[in-house]
Design a protein around this ligand. Structure first.
Ligand SMILES: *Cc1c(COP(=O)(O)O)cnc(C)c1O
Length: 401
């Protein structure tokens, strides 16, 4: 798919089409493992996306809302005091400055435009911490489309503020009482509803699930990497030696990485939610998981000895998911990217460090990327970019000294 650079110089999207065939395979990973009733709606969605996203009118509308509603392009900020502290030259890609405070809005705006153009009468979504739910409710309010958000009952208690935000935005929040009452159960509930109501639009929130979701989400999030690549070239005249992002499902990471995949001298690092770095107490799917089919796609998953998905654990709700994007599985297998777990304690340390050194309170998710970068870049003098996927107001209470 072509790039959008012709329309504006900075805001542009470019998917990673070379690595992906039309049924959504990334090497042996990806694809579509779904009940027969979803085959036709997802096929229709795939065809609609391929056709619509190439039209000038769609690109124009998407870029218009990214600019005027989301606040793009986001700055690429040179972090002087962090750089001095680490002994490297570190830029932060400021997704924390977007409307609603994280990269998730890039994807929800893209998909709500598809939903609107498909004539969907209702949008449904799943959410864990509530961040994707808020981003979806925001996008749905923007276009006046009714919105239902499925959320685990335990998550609703833990994330009460985001539940209030979604309701304020006009969404209906539906408690999931199944299983562990957290994100993976909310995904099951949303899929169940979608199976019964295939005319609704399922707005998936990360780089996971069956084709065409990883392809679509990767496309909408590629705006991050495209901007960052142009910004670092105009600031420094060269490409970074390394780039860093945290990995939950993998959407902010693929957004940044996609801008640099063909730059073979740029090393790529994903920071997994390591939790306590023990089996059963981690969300580091690529490090501790196994190749598995889970929630519609073939990728890695945290599983028990029978191969059944287990609950993940991370201090960061946005990283607390036992599955992972099929493209990240492929990038690990082909050694184009390295994935390293970061513990809860390391992330808390980085949260405090960035707040004090730069006056930027990062999301606890993004703090994983900061912690990994600080470790790998120590006294290297290297030029690097860290994706600051979101802001940390939501986490201050938890991490307070
Ligand atoms: C949801 C979230 C993540 C993790 O999701 P990805 O799809 O892996 O990007 C990371 N950071 C923030 C701030 C989030 O809200």
């Amino acid at each position: 798919m072509e790039t959008l650079t012709k329309i504006t110089s900075q805001i542009s999207v470019q998917p990673i089409s070379e690595m992906l065939n039309h049924v959504g395979h990334y090497g042996e990973f990806g694809g579509s493992f779904i009940p027969p009733v979803l085959e036709q709606p997802l096929q229709k969605l795939s065809e609609f996306f391929e056709k619509e996203s190439k039209t000038e009118s769609f690109k124009r509308e998407f870029i218009h809302y990214l600019k005027t509603f989301v606040g793009r392009p986001t700055p690429l900020y040179y972090a002087t005091r962090l750089s001095n502290y680490v002994g490297a030259r570190i830029y932060l890609k400021r997704e924390d400055l977007t409307h609603t405070g994280s990269h998730k809005i890039n994807n929800t705006i893209g998909q709500i435009l598809l939903a609107k153009r498909m004539g969907a009468t209702e949008v449904i979504a799943e959410t864990g911490a509530g961040q994707h739910g808020v981003a979806t409710a925001t996008a749905a309010a923007l276009f006046g489309i009714p919105c239902k958000v499925f959320m685990g009952a335990i998550d609703m208690e833990r994330q009460a503020l985001n539940v209030h935000r979604m309701k304020m935005l006009g969404a209906e929040v539906i408690a999931t009482e199944m299983g562990s009452k957290t994100l993976k159960d909310a995904v099951d509930a949303a899929l169940g509803y979608y199976i019964e109501h295939p005319d609704s639009y399922y707005l998936l929130g990360s780089h996971v699930g069956p084709h065409p979701y990883p392809r679509m989400v990767g496309y909408f999030q590629s705006v991050i990497g495209n901007e960052a690549r142009q910004q670092i070239i105009s600031a420094e005249g060269i490409l970074p030696s390394s780039i860093f992002a945290c990995i939950g499902g993998g959407s902010n990471a693929i957004g940044l990485f996609s801008g640099f995949l063909s730059d073979s001298n740029t090393k790529i690092y994903g920071a997994e939610g390591g939790g306590e770095l023990l089996p059963g107490k981690t969300a580091a799917t690529l490090t501790f998981g196994k190749p598995s089919v889970f929630q519609g796609t073939n990728s890695y998953c945290l599983v028990d000895s029978e191969g059944v998905a287990v609950n993940s654990y991370s201090i960061a709700a946005g990283l607390d998911y036992p599955g992972i994007s099929p493209q990240h599985a492929y990038l690990m297998q082909t050694a184009r990217a390295q994935y390293i777990p970061v513990s809860d304690n390391e992330a808390i340390g980085a949260f405090r460090l960035l707040s004090k050194l730069e006056g930027i309170v990062p999301a606890i998710e993004s703090s994983h990327a900061v912690a990994l970068a600080a470790k790998i870049l120590k006294n290297s003098g290297e030029l690097a970019i860290i994706n600051l996927s979101g802001r940390g107001d939501k986490d201050v209470g938890r991490v307070a000294l």
